[in-house]
Design a protein around this ligand. Sequence first.
Ligand SMILES: CC(C)(COP(=O)(O)OP(=O)(O)OC[C@H]1O[C@@H](n2cnc3c(N)ncnc32)[C@H](O)[C@@H]1OP(=O)(O)O)[C@@H](O)C(=O)NCCC(=O)NCCS
Length: 200
Amino acid sequence: MERRTATPTTPSLGPALIVKIRRATAADNPAIAAIYNDAVRTGIATFDTEPRSPAGQRQWLARHDRRHPVLVAVVKGRVVGWASLSPWSDRKAYDGTAEVSFYLQAEHRGHGIGRKLLTELVARSKPAGLHVLLARIAQPNVVSVHLHESLGFERIGEMREVGRKFNQWIDVHLFERMVPTSAGAAESGTGSRRSTGEGS
Ligand SMILES: CC(C)(COP(=O)(O)OP(=O)(O)OC[C@H]1O[C@@H](n2cnc3c(N)ncnc32)[C@H](O)[C@@H]1OP(=O)(O)O)[C@@H](O)C(=O)NCCC(=O)NCCS
């Protein structure tokens, strides 16, 4: 979480905030990139330091599939946030492991949309045949840590000062959630994939 927006008291977006969560399409690429690139420029949640190009964004979305979905949150017809399950590694034995990422427009944070996105990702992990979800969370990020822990993720490791952004060293904590799949389900994957996650 970027520290500039760490307040729990966010102005109301109205009494009946209707949020639709759906899979992303190619038409969502500009909105996804705009949200991500704002986080690249202004926060420590991602360790990218250069904005993602339009071509890079298209390639990123194309590397995701039904098993590794990208979801968008839509409010009044506009994409205000996104979340993804990305392959953790291209090494075959990691096939049942995916990494969680989620980002919201700054003005839409603190209204429960992040929780909706993360809940939906977790729900989709079981039918996808995934075995483990991982999240790398750059510290401090009390909101992201709270949401992950409340949805069953457990802090399993701390990597000290592995990142440097905005002229400071940044710790990354690793969180894990086991997916209650049936035996062998995690072996029914789609083959070798490149890592495409955006956790720090
Ligand atoms: C992280 C992020 C996706 C969360 O989405 P969000 O819509 O802002 O989060 P929500 O409103 O759904 O939930 C916020 C939760 O944090 C809690 N919270 C808010 N401020 C808090 C604080 N200071 N300390 C502890 N908990 C806090 C809220 O009470 C809420 O919990 P609840 O659902 O149990 O009531 C969003 O804030 C974001 O885009 N941040 C910048 C990018 C980022 O950090 N991405 C995650 C990378 S790991």
